[in-house]
Design a protein around this ligand. Structure first.
Ligand code: NAG
Length: 394
């Protein structure tokens, strides 16, 4: 009996010590970004062929940020385009491109006035080559394997990129990528779609919000696809499970005031729901012809890292911001239940359109947290996000 009590006291003390460690900024930073867990140990991210790409289908290169970091990036060619130039591509030098602009793959992206570009922002942990990311890059161009290029980056502190991750830093990295796409590759925002998963969705929303709300020269991309997003960090800490199994903060999440207290120590806030609403509202209110939005939120019901209810919240904030008088969460849920299209494999889709844009929430029965990124539901969403451009094409 007594030893049982001791064990209970010891584990409780141990747990609170652990929470204490999490309030130390450097430890917290690791816990949130997991950037040292590369999952590609012993592999060289400058040899993308290791992840099943054809020779020189992927060109690794470096990208500079405005605050002096160097990011590692991959330019992934769609297979149909690769096939057209297969022999010339095989003859090119392999590995990290010292000057990306001299590469054939880059010229194909820049010189085709119809090429489309996905800017890919990955989730926490790992590198460009980890887990389901390589199959996911291939899924980006599935519906247009001649036009859709993908450029993905490792954020600061991830893979071989320099620096240490932070909320402001990751936004800066995304800005560097967008700037490179528009200024170096010369692709107008109307031919760019933002794709992201998990932590990357917060970076994407932050990027879209930042560029759309800047006073001088606001920028609006063709669309964005958000896979397995979260509403904000405060709500994430209440539900996140490390590696999908350990509900880290579940013991304190049962006590809202204790959780609030703990959340005060969390440095990264990633207020996605507010920024997404701000982004939608700024498009709705803008008189700029380019101020349009096309947002698809995708989540799997069996995602046990980030529960799909986060997507319901995010979608609600976006819909609420798109309607002049707003809508309550309960009202929207009722509307969704009445209007949703059921998917045969399980799950459902809802859609909301205004003069300025469209919002979609697709909840699939299967796909977990990562695997879904390689599924046709994602390929379809990416393709649709380019439709504004496609419908305007001669
Ligand atoms: C919903 O929209 C209304 C009207 O724009 C706004 O007043 C309200 O704050 C919004 N609700 C949330 C939770 O953002």
């Amino acid at each position: 009996m007594k030893s049982g009590i001791y064990a209970l006291v010891a584990s409780t003390v141990g747990y609170f010590l652990f929470l204490g460690v999490l309030t130390i900024p450097a430890c917290q930073n690791q816990a949130i970004h997991l950037n040292k867990i590369t999952l590609t140990w012993g592999q060289d991210v400058n040899v993308p062929e290791q992840w099943g790409f054809l020779q020189n289908q992927v060109t690794p290169f470096l990208l500079d940020t405005s605050d002096g970091e160097t990011l590692h990036a991959w330019h992934i060619l769609p297979l149909g385009l690769y096939k057209k130039h297969e022999e010339e591509l095989i003859d090119e030098p392999a590995g990290l491109a010292v000057d990306i602009t001299s590469r054939l793959s880059f010229k194909m992206l820049r010189e085709d006035p119809e090429s489309l570009l996905v800017l890919y922002l990955h989730g926490a942990a790992g590198t460009l080559g980890s887990g389901w990311r390589p199959p996911s890059y291939r899924a980006m161009s599935a519906l247009n394997p001649v036009k859709i290029h993908t450029v993905a980056i490792d954020y600061r502190g991830f893979g071989t990129s320099t620096g240490t991750p932070s909320e402001a830093g990751l936004l800066n990295d995304a800005l560097a990528l967008a700037k490179w796409a528009m200024e170096v590759a010369g692709i107008p925002p109307s031919r760019i779609v933002l794709f992201s998963q998990s932590l990357g969705t917060a970076v994407t929303i932050s990027l879209a919000h930042h560029l759309a709300t800047q006073v001088a020269n606001p920028i609006f991309f063709s669309g964005m696809v958000l896979v397995a997003p979260f509403a904000d960090v405060e709500q994430l800490t209440a539900t996140y499970r490390i590696a999908g199994t350990i509900p880290l903060l579940d013991p304190i999440a049962r006590f809202p005031r204790l959780l609030d207290f703990f959340n005060r120590f969390i440095i990264a806030k990633w207020p996605s729901k507010d920024k997404l609403a701000g982004f939608v509202r700024s498009c709705e209110m803008s008189t700029d012809d380019n101020a349009r939005y096309h947002i698809t939120i995708i989540h799997a019901e069996d995602d046990y890292d980030i529960p799909w209810e986060h997507s319901d919240k995010l979608y609600w904030h976006a819909v609420n911001a798109s309607s002049p008088h707003g809508i309550s969460y309960e009202e929207l849920e009722e509307e969704k239940a009445a209007s949703r299209s059921e998917l045969l494999g399980g799950g459902w889709v809802v859609e909301q359109n205004t003069q300025k844009g469209s919002l979609r929430e697709a909840i699939s029965k299967w796909g977990l947290h990562d695997r879904i990124m390689s599924y046709p539901i994602v390929s379809l969403a990416v393709w649709k996000a380019f439709q504004r451009e496609a419908s305007e094409a001669p």
